[in-house]
Structure formats: C-alpha cells, structure tokens
Write a protein that binds this ligand. Structure first.
Ligand code: ATP
Length: 302
C-alpha cells in the first residue's frame, strides 16, 4: 500500500496582536506567521482495513484520537468518503506546547500525505478549509512560507516575503496553555479589545521592513501582545530572550502564546553560539532558516 512522507514545519509569529472579540467569545487576531526549518516528519502508509494507528518517537504525545494527526485523518476520510485507514509515524522535533504549532504541523502534514496517497482528490484550498475545522494554525501549516492571517488566525492573505537569515528557535521551563495565555491577557485588557480599551498595533512597519528585505528593521518591527504578560510569569523564557539579545540577535521575541522565543540573526556564527549557550543552560535551541523564503509560500493556494 502507498506510503508518503511529508515535513510539518514549525511556525513563528513575527507579529501577533488582537483586534477584537466575536459575539461568541473568540479572540480576533492579526498575525504574520513564518515557517521555519525546524520540523516534524510524518510518514503515512495506507491500510486497506480502515484502521488508524499512530506512533511517535517522543513520550507524552497522545497516540489515540486526541492526536491532531489522527483527528486530521478522520476528518479527511469523512470529507472524501475514502475507505482507507493508515499507519502514521511521527518523528517529532518541534517542542510540545511551546507556541510553535507542533500539533498543527503534524495535522497539516498528515492531510497532505493522505491526500497525495489517495491521488490528490482535494485541492490545497479544500485541505485548508478542512484544516481550519481542526485548529486555527492548520491552514497556515498546510500552505507555509510567510503569511498574514486574520479572523481566528485561519484566514490567510499574502504578505511580503521573509528574506533569508538565521533564526534561533528556543524554549524551556514551564509551558503555557493557549487558554491560560488568553485569560491572562483578558485580565489586563478587560477582555473586549474594542477601541475604548485597546488599540492594535498594525503591521505597516513590519510590511515595510519585509518589503525592503532589511533583516535588522524586520527584527525591530516584530510584536507579540502576549509577550510582556507571559514573560513576567515565565522566567526561563525571559532568560532565553536575554541570552539571545546578549548573543547578538537583531531582535528577539516570544512566539505565539509562548513560552518559545525566537531570535533573528544576520550571521550564522552568532546564531550557533547563542543556541549553544541556551542548550548549555539545559533548554531547547535550534538554528533555523525561514522556509519558503524564495517563493513566498511553500504551497500556493489553488
Ligand atoms: P499552537 O502553537 O498551535 O498553539 P503548540 O505548539 O503550543 O500549538 P502543540 O505542540 O501543538 O502546542 O501541543 C499542544 C497539546 O496538543 C499537547 O499538549 C498535546 O497533548 C496535544 N497534541 C495533540 N496532537 C499532537 C501532536 N501531533 N503533537 C503534539 N501535541 C499534540
């Protein structure tokens, strides 16, 4: 039976802000996401008997229907009516619950594997729509590259491309659940984010910097509304950020709802030395490159 392997790339948020709240309580976000070369690898082999199995090299990752990869496979089967099951093997390298979209990357890679194994019966647009039912970051993980997203973070638009550079992705210490991060933020801003309580930053400075391809300006234009409140509660993440700044990062910022932090470096040596210093402190750090930089996207929407 057919076997397909795909990479599921981690993402960083170059910009993450909140623009309001829906009547049913969802936070509306404005974000610019970037795929980085840190990735999980998903290998999927079709099964005639319709059963699904999952194995992963990392302890603590759910191997049942709680795993987003299995959820994605079941959603694909329901949408397309195919009768196949699959053995899914995840080689995980993206740290868990770090704000780097590891689970979403696995779900995206699973959808792409399954679609290819079944003869590409869905378009990339259809896969994104299906992915959005699994999690807000899944459509971006399917398309990859650099993208602006609004709504719940699942409506993708074009954005200027990220020029090549070195990105140190790091994390350590106590994790941050996304609901906890939003609760912390709501406690500060009163939970509404309307004009009277909160003015969102906008992405003009980042867009200009990206358009000019100026890494230094890009690093300075990064923003994350969650950073200040979460770093005041997670000293390890705060220390990692400081280590990046001391190591010569042009800018360092928390990613997503944390606690992962990324640093943007112009030169490889400083990036590698900084990653080494962070690892010596006992935390995860990897030197990455932006993925999809030359083409803007990894996969074009159809
Ligand atoms: P995001 O940035 O999209 O908010 P995250 O990177 O913070 O996500 P994940 O690594 O996706 O967080 O994991 C969050 C939780 O989801 C984990 O604690 C785990 O129990 C569950 N989970 C389900 N499927 C997966 C998967 N394939 N990989 C990792 N975690 C998964």
């Amino acid at each position: 039976m057919k076997t397909v392997t795909k990479k599921g790339y981690a993402k960083i948020n170059l910009h993450l802000d909140i623009t309001g709240r829906t009547s049913d309580g969802y936070h509306l976000v404005e974000t610019v996401m970037q795929s980085i070369s840190l990735c999980d690898e998903v290998t999927l082999s079709l099964r005639e008997d319709g059963a699904f199995t999952l194995s992963c090299n990392v302890d603590g990752v759910p191997t049942d229907e709680k795993n987003l990869a299995i959820k994605a496979a079941l959603a694909f089967r329901e949408k397309t009516g195919v009768k196949y099951g699959a053995d899914i093997v995840i080689n995980k390298r993206i740290p868990m619950a770090a704000g780097m979209a590891g689970g979403s990357a696995d779900a995206a890679a699973t959808l792409l594997c399954l679609n290819e194994a079944c003869g590409n019966i869905l378009s990339i647009d259809e896969l994104c729509n299906l992915g959005a039912t699994l999690g807000a970051d899944v459509p971006f993980c399917i398309v990859g590259g650099t993208a602006y997203a609004d709504g719940k973070g699942d409506i993708l638009h074009d954005f200027e491309k990220m020029p090549d550079c070195y990105i140190v992705a790091a994390c350590g210490g106590e994790g941050v659940s996304t609901p906890f991060a939003y609760k912390t933020l709501d406690g500060i801003y009163g939970g509404f984010y309307d004009e009277s309580t909160y003015k969102s930053r906008g992405t003009e400075a980042l867009s200009r910097a990206m358009g000019e391809g100026d890494i230094s300006l890009i690093a300075k234009a990064t923003y994350n509304i969650f950073e200040e409140p979460i770093l005041s509660l997670r000293w390890v993440a705060k220390d990692i950020k400081k280590t990046m700044q001391e190591g010569g990062a042009l800018g360092a910022m928390m990613s997503g709802s944390g606690p992962s932090v990324f640093g943007i470096f112009a030169d490889k040596e400083s990036a590698e030395q900084t990653a080494k210093t962070i690892r010596q402190k006992g935390y995860f750090a990897e030197v990455c490159r932006p993925v999809g930089d030359a083409v803007g996207r990894v996969r074009e929407l159809s």
